[in-house]
Write a protein that binds this ligand. Sequence first.
Ligand SMILES: N[C@@H](CCC(=O)N[C@@H](CS)C(=O)NCC(=O)O)C(=O)O
Length: 245
Amino acid sequence: MSETLVLHGMGSPNVIKVVIMLEELDLAYELRHVAVFAQEQFDPAFLALSPLGKVPVLEDPRLGMPLAESGAILHWLAEREGRFLPEQQPARAEVMQWLMIQMANVGPMLGQFTHFNLVPPGSEPYAHGRYGAIAAKLYRDLDDRLARQEWLAGGQYSIVDIATQPWTYYLERHGFDTREHPHLLEWRERIAARPAVQRANERADAAFTDVATLSRKAASGADLDRFFNRTDQVPKKDFSIVRNM
Ligand SMILES: N[C@@H](CCC(=O)N[C@@H](CS)C(=O)NCC(=O)O)C(=O)O
């Protein structure tokens, strides 16, 4: 049986974190682009791999089932290789606590703020204000944490640093001042300088960027409606900006 792993994804933080982990572990893997703006995630063949029709999904012959959810994938790979997840308690529990913080807070909340930054300025003041305040608090929480310690949890570089680092590039894109988050910046750059992280970004860029841009530019209004979960009950907003990002 081939030992090559297959990762289905696109160039988003939830996917990049898994590519970083695969590079850190020096595993053989293939990247397959899923054209989410062309609704490929709703194909029955893809839904057989991913219960909610979302990327990333990892196919690993050693596991015996396709695995979705980036936190579950990082946890599996850490257990498989015995790396980037401390053996001893309470360090292991602390890493899992911060992994859950990333999965339940950092990803979803920064994702919502990104969404409400895409609609025309001023059209959603309540949502923009709410998710902006949550994003500000999360960036502050991370900076405060990293002012006190080198890594987010467990005393060493782990799956929680790998899971969180790709999300922190939204800091500038969300309009926050990097100078007010010096510890977050220093930690982000320290991770970015790791050879495995550089290789991961190069591979993800080669596999995903051009194809994703093409599929985004070709997205119809109906494609964008489905991607953003807009039904007849949700007032239509102009998301055509997405085609030119
Ligand atoms: N909690 C999931 C989130 C996955 C997720 O939202 N994936 C996005 C791309 S980053 C996706 O597949 N979107 C397509 C869709 O929702 O239709 C994880 O961390 O893996």
